[in-house]
Design a protein around this ligand. Structure first.
Ligand SMILES: Nc1nc2c(ncn2[C@@H]2O[C@H](COP(=O)(O)OP(=O)(O)OP(=O)(O)O)[C@@H](O)[C@H]2O)c(=O)[nH]1
Ligand SMILES: [Mg+2]
Length: 595
């Protein structure tokens, strides 16, 4: 099978092109460094089955950040028949040297000038023939996002592919011409083939930036935007969630109930009261999570992320981090795993480890489910979003505090230039794709962890046979009993202790576990929680859930990205210790104050 590799600088639209080419749904965002790993997909091009590989961006063929190494390693170890080099046409002056560097590889290459729409708006004109002659190969103009020029590009790829015999890329280690020589050549080529208006008009972007990057109001504005996002999530997500809970309940009472007569008692209990109720309780939160992600997608794709990195850079530097670290925390709001992988763009190991250490404190969407459930149950509708905002702020504070404590051990000196890409609106398709991503993510986690988790909990609360369900004599009661001395000082009882134990595997299980432990779901469960705990206990539970290890996947990613067992263990123990300490301080002082 033939292979096409998509290469280019970060944020030039490689993944957007990849998605258009293959129909895949690679993650896209207006932030350099969204793709940090290989993603392949097969397509039929002419008569050939071709594997297209989307790669992380690279600034330079001899770059040494982890994501750039991923590219080099790929090129050195896999035969590639055709390179598809994606450049941002609107920044041709900065990107052409990379194209010339690639030309030295001597591999068949199609140069794709993407974002032709933006280049045109800016008034940049190209002489395609001169450019193609200078680059020694075909040049295509395209807007991967909107589709102009796509058929022609596809034809060029097909033609190049049919013309060339397979090549070996081991040539990568060859000597390159001096960088200065390449830059000078790029300048000459641009002078001959590109006409740029004297001043580039980024009018709208500049006007928005004047507000968003305001030295005084910039940061408050960001937190206000965050607050609006939660309000919207509550306002829109609540009814959706109720709807799903209602439908799931209906299905149970109308259809599943009939199996009670057919199935053995224990099996019905396991399947319906265990798996169905457990997974259903979690599933009813999916709309909230998807909504939240759509909001995040807007932040990510608009280009606001880079502005946030810029705004927070000075503050983060005091913590031994940089603006990207803050952005990784925000990405961690979705899921900590890609945020951990996103640190690959950092070159200094100290900086990378310090950033990885704080990411698990970022309030991921699985934890969000738990918090939305508990805040809705135990606080009034006006208080709930504020409590949630407080939890987000605590998540930042804990992360910052951790960075402060560890920054001297994980030193870094990496100069950073934050790029501010123009603002872009995601297309409807991109937004849909993102929503689908999250549903898909949920479904795959559901099959991997949630079902297994709720089954385990059902067994623990029902075994050994013959004892009262969920009582102190069951296995769950036993475990809870062991943990109790440790968790009582933070206001967590035996049953919730079992829930926390499972939360270690994945926070998505927490709600399902509560449903199974208490044998209730939906509103009934929420109602019961108000009797089982007061707001002080609930908040203490949420604090603990926020701070202790997010899930096994995070631990595994931490291990593979840091390549250090010691570092991973430190992260786990530190977060457990901190979770307990802060919950303890909160719970005991609240009680002392008479709450
Ligand atoms: N206006 C315009 N925007 C585009 C075009 N292609 C991609 N984009 C936007 O550019 C941004 C970057 O797109 P990606 O596909 O994630 O870029 P990438 O090269 O894969 O980036 P990394 O994986 O971070 O290296 C996103 O906001 C896209 O929506 C285009 O043709 N026109
Ligand atoms: Mg990408």
């Amino acid at each position: 099978m033939k292979r096409i590799a998509l290469l280019g600088m970060p944020n030039t639209g490689k993944s957007t092109f990849f998605n258009r080419l293959t129909g895949a749904s690679a993650r896209i965002g207006n932030w350099p460094g969204i793709t940090v790993d290989l993603l392949g997909a097969k397509i039929l091009l002419g008569a050939d089955m071709v594997e297209v590989v989307d790669l992380p961006g690279l600034y330079d063929l001899h770059g040494f950040a982890e994501d750039e190494q991923v590219v080099r390693h790929f090129l050195q170890n896999n035969p590639v028949d055709l390179l598809c080099l994606i450049l941002n046409a609107a920044q041709i002056d900065q990107q052409l040297p990379l194209a010339l560097q690639f030309r030295q590889l001597g591999l068949p290459t199609v140069v794709v000038l993407n974002m032709a729409d933006e280049a045109e708006r800016l008034g940049i004109r190209f002489d395609a023939a001169t450019l193609a002659a200078g680059l020694d190969g075909p040049v295509c103009f395209i807007s991967a996002k909107y589709g102009q020029g796509f058929p022609e590009t596809l034809a060029a790829l097909r033609q190049m592919l049919s013309r060339n015999p397979p090549t070996d890329t081991a040539a990568l280690s060859e000597e390159f011409a001096e960088d200065e020589a390449l830059v000078a050549e790029a300048e000459r080529l641009i002078a001959r083939s590109v006409t740029m208006p004297r001043v580039l008009e980024h009018d709208l972007t500049e006007r928005i930036d004047r507000i968003v990057l305001h030295p005084v109001f910039g940061i408050p504005l960001f937190f206000f935007a965050l607050y609006l996002l939660f309000q919207a999530v509550y306002a829109l997500g609540g009814p959706l969630q109720d709807g799903i809970a209602w439908a799931l309940d209906g299905f149970r009472n109308v259809v599943l109930i009939h199996f009670q007569a057919i199935l053995p008692h224990w099996l019905y209990g396991l399947l319906v009261e265990g798996v169905y109720d457990g997974v259903g309780t979690v599933a009813s939160f999916v709309p909230v999570i998807v909504l939240f992600f759509l909001g995040m997608a807007l932040v990510e794709d608009s280009g606001y992320l880079s502005r946030i990195a810029f705004l927070m850079d000075a503050l983060m530097a005091k913590l031994g981090l940089d603006g990207r670290g803050f952005v990784m925390l925000l990405m961690g709001f979705g899921c900590n795993v890609p945020a951990l992988m996103g640190t690959r763009v950092m070159r200094s190991r100290g900086l990378r480890l310090l950033t990885m250490l704080i990411i698990p404190f970022s309030l991921c969407s699985a934890r969000l489910q738990v918090f939305v459930f508990l805040t809705t149950a135990l606080f009034s509708t006006t208080q709930a979003p504020l409590v949630l905002l407080a939890l987000y702020l605590i998540s930042f504070l804990v992360a910052f505090g951790t960075a402060l404590l560890f920054k001297n051990r994980l030193q870094s000196h990496e100069p950073l230039l934050i790029e501010l890409p123009p603002y872009r609106l995601p297309t409807f398709h991109q937004v849909l794709l993102r929503g689908w991503h999250e549903v898909h993510h949920f479904l795959s986690r559901a099959t991997r962890f949630i079902i297994a988790g709720v089954v385990m909990i059902w067994l623990l609360t029902h075994l050994p046979p013959g004892v009262p369900v969920g009582g102190p004599e069951t296995l769950a009661g036993l475990f809870g009993g062991w943990l109790e001395p440790l968790l009582r000082p933070i206001g967590i009882d035996q049953q919730m202790a079992v829930v926390l134990l499972f939360g270690f595997v994945a926070k998505e299980i927490v709600l399902g576990a509560m449903a199974v432990v208490y044998g209730l779901d939906g509103d009934a469960l929420a109602h019961l929680m108000t009797q089982q705990m007061d707001w002080v206990q609930a908040f203490s539970f949420m604090l603990f859930t926020l701070i202790y290890t997010p899930c096994l996947s995070t631990v595994a990613t931490m291990r593979s990205e840091s390549k250090s067992l010691i570092f991973t263990s430190i992260s786990i123990f530190w977060s457990l210790f901190l979770a307990w300490l802060l919950s303890f301080l909160f719970y005991q002082s609240a009680r002392l104050l008479g709450y």
